[in-house]
Design a protein around this ligand. Structure first.
Ligand SMILES: Nc1ncnc2c1ncn2[C@@H]1O[C@H](COP(=O)(O)OP(=O)(O)OP(=O)(O)O)[C@@H](O)[C@H]1O
Length: 711
């Protein structure tokens, strides 16, 4: 039966357009379907059974967020419950007095004290409600922030492998809704507490008035509870079943308005095509909304009918009790009020419990994520990375991505001495990027070892290790921040005065040949580089790469200890002249205490490397200097010749020596890399030792920035 429901549900979620565009429901989002199994548990009984655990979890989080506020909410809620009971009893006393013997004035006199009490209680109740609302309002954002920080800190502290694992990525996505739910759970908890206390008060008063009235109260409220639960259940199942469809529709909407897709949307008429699909998907979703609304109306009608019937029965019983002399008229008056407020309380309580249960599903995802993230967290502590590393050695390193059968790196062994420039080349997918991730300590080998100064990287303090690595990849982050911050972020905790920092940034800009780029920006380094903000500027891909190079310089420049600079396709967006200059600049970052590893398809950029390693299908197939590899006539020589031939207009005539392609012009440029007139003041070979702290590459990240998940 469960299987049947599930299959039917997922079939219903795929509209023709979704199938056409995405081949079915978006697989990426299937994490949502995790909740499918939960809907069956969404019964009144299981919701009530799970209540103590849910409320306990919420209270614990609230306790950590703001204890005084939590205590204040609890006190005011209990106070309101007591006030409600006292109020009802006061009303009862008023009824007695009004319906008792004596003249109207005497009766009013008799009712006056109870009336005053009822008035005071009402005022106290309103004050308490106000206090509770303000304290809960204070608590809610704190709880949300706490949960959000837990989530973000845990996500930022996991191994890269987890981030690249689709299963874990899915969990990251699903868990992001937990923080808002944790916030809403506070409100739902307060409301449920309020409902429970008020109900107990009304029930207690009713029992005192006449024991038969309590079951009648339950009879009135039960159909409403059933109705609310059924409507919520249906809505929940529908949301879960349709969520992928909904997201697919939103995705289409965002593609139509996105900046990156704007050109194809117009030129390829993708706009109209997607808009049609969007409309089609929206129509199917509207059908579901209509179905839900109809079912809701019917359910509520049935519940109201049943509740009304129970109400008639209750009043019937009361009439019978009065006629039979088992109940006084005054008591009956109070009972009517108590029944009405009690049944309303019970109905609200059922809905609150229901909401709590619904929100708890998302909070549960959040907690599950924290647990998983803790398992994948980069270990803290370990052996100190020595100041002098000497060399980094990879021994028979094999790495396989979790969702792949074949190894991306297969038994790779190589040595990278400090002061050297090492190049890694190979065709697409040969394992170059994987190799640098392993070298940088971002991925841990499945077998084999990486030694820093003879110590296995696995045992080293990873924070210290990262501090010795500078990484510039082709898809380096273009932070939506100012140009200055985009450079400074290479070492965000660099401890320096404003003036010193400014000087250092200027130096990095000059080094990267980015002076002209910054010069053209409306506010220089203070210009915001993020199109999504008003008044911000955008720069080209090549200009960004120069900013990236400046960031790398900023990161490496103040490192006195042995370190490694890894650059992966740093020049892909640069024009030929800028590319030659960039390679030269990168080479000049080499120093006795720094090793450079360069990954690129531009063969002209690697020929001056001390050692070139050639990767093929994850294996190291050749290594040596450019001349040695050319002489060997293997894979490298063939790659080099193929690329060189592209540059020669007439290869036979212009390139008599095929091993020495027509790179003369580039070589000339290499000898004078500072042709950019704005960049003439570029410093000579990098001086990493100046003003630098002794044992590390700069200020390390304070421990508080990357707290352990769940901390
Ligand atoms: N995150 C990942 N998950 C699964 N497989 C991956 C992942 N990243 C890379 N791979 C696979 O590992 C192999 C090596 O990829 P890698 O990115 O290291 O190659 P590359 O030499 O850097 O390629 P390119 O020159 O195209 O950048 C490829 O088969 C690739 O499909």
């Amino acid at each position: 039966m469960r299987m049947f429901r599930r299959v039917r549900m997922s079939e219903a979620t795929v509209s023709a357009s979704e199938r056409e565009l995405f081949g079915g429901p978006l697989r990426y989002d299937l994490g949502w379907a995790e909740h499918e199994r939960a809907w069956l548990d969404l019964t009144m009984l299981s919701a009530v059974r799970a209540m103590p655990r849910l409320v306990g979890g919420t209270l614990r989080r609230a306790w950590r967020a703001d204890r005084p506020a939590l205590v204040a909410v609890a006190v005011s809620e209990v106070g309101q419950g007591v006030a409600a009971a006292v109020g009802l009893l006061a009303v009862n006393a008023v009824m007695y007095a009004l319906l008792g013997g004596g003249t109207p004035v005497e009766r009013l006199h008799a009712a006056l004290p109870a009336l005053i009490i009822a008035g005071v209680v009402a005022v106290v109740n309103a004050g308490l409600a106000c206090w509770s609302t303000s304290q809960a309002g204070r608590l809610e954002p704190l709880v949300e922030r706490l949960a959000t920080t837990e989530y973000l800190a845990a996500a930022a502290a996991v191994e890269l492998e987890a981030i690249e694992d689709p299963e874990f990525r899915r969990l990251i996505d699903v868990a992001q809704y937990g923080a808002a739910s944790a916030r809403r759970m506070i409100g739902a908890c307060v409301a449920a507490m309020n409902g429970t206390i008020s109900l107990v008060a009304a029930g207690g008063v009713l029992t005192v008035l006449h024991p038969a009235l309590l079951p009648m109260l339950l009879l009135i409220a039960a159909p409403r509870g059933w109705g609310a639960m059924r409507v919520a259940q249906e809505r929940y199942v529908s949301v879960m079943a349709w969520v992928e469809h909904l997201r697919a529709g939103r995705l289409l909407g965002s593609l139509l308005t996105s900046r990156t897709a704007a050109q194809e949307v117009r030129i390829h008429t993708v706009g109209r095509f997607l808009l049609d699909r969007y409309r089609d998907m929206a129509e199917s979703a509207e059908e579901e909304q209509k179905r839900l609304a109809t079912n809701k109306a019917l359910t509520e009608l049935v519940a109201a009918g049943m509740s009304g019937l129970a109400m008639v029965c209750t009043y019937g019983v009361m009439v019978w009790l009065i006629v039979a002399g088992h109940m006084e008229l005054a008591v009956a008056g109070t009972a009517v009020i108590a029944v009405r407020s009690g049944s309303a309380n019970l109905g609200a309580l059922v809905m609150n419990v229901n909401q709590l249960h619904e929100e708890a599903l998302y909070v549960h995802d959040h907690d599950r994520f924290l647990e998983e993230a803790g398992r994948y967290a980069i270990p803290e502590g370990g052996l100190d990375v020595p100041d002098r590393v000497g060399e980094i050695r990879m021994d028979a390193v094999t790495y396989r991505y979790p969702d792949r059968d074949t190894a991306a790196l297969d038994g790779v062994s190589l040595t990278i001495p400090m002061g050297s420039v090492t190049a890694v080349v190979g065709e697409n997918g040969s394992g170059k990027s994987t190799l640098i991730k392993v070298l940088a300590g971002l991925l841990l080998p499945k077998s084999g070892t990486v030694h820093w100064a003879g110590v296995d990287m696995a045992g080293l303090d990873r924070a210290q290790l990262f501090d010795r690595v500078a990484l510039l990849t082709q898809d380096f982050e273009r932070w939506p921040m100012t140009a200055a911050m985009n450079i400074r972020i290479g070492r965000p905790y660099r401890d320096a005065s404003e003036e010193q920092l400014e000087e250092e940034l200027e130096e990095s800009v000059r080094y990267a040949g980015a002076s002209s780029v910054v010069g053209r920006l409306p506010h220089g380094l203070a210009t915001l580089l993020a199109r999504m903000f008003r008044g911000a500027s955008e720069i080209s891909g090549g200009e960004w790469q120069k900013i990236g190079l400046a960031r790398t310089h900023f990161r490496t420049h103040h490192c006195r200890a042995d370190s490694i600079l890894i650059v992966d396709e740093p020049t892909s967006a640069l024009d030929p002249e800028a590319e030659i200059a960039a390679f030269e600049r990168i080479r000049r970052l080499a120093g006795p205490r720094r090793a450079i590893v360069l990954v690129t398809h531009r063969m002209s950029g690697v020929r001056h490397a001390d050692t070139i390693h050639v990767l093929h299908e994850g294996r190291l197939v050749e290594h040596g200097s450019h001349d040695e590899l050319i002489a060997a006539g293997g894979r490298y020589a063939s790659m080099f010749r193929t690329q060189a031939a592209q540059y020669a207009a007439e290869p036979e005539r212009d390139a008599p020596d095929r091993d020495q392609p027509a790179h003369d012009a580039r070589d000339r440029e290499r000898d004078q890399p500072d042709r950019d007139e704005h960049d003439r003041d570029e410093p000579g070979r990098d001086q990493p030792d100046r003003d630098a702290p002794d044992a590390a590459c700069g200020a390390t990240v304070p421990a508080s920035v990357t707290p352990a998940p769940g901390a």
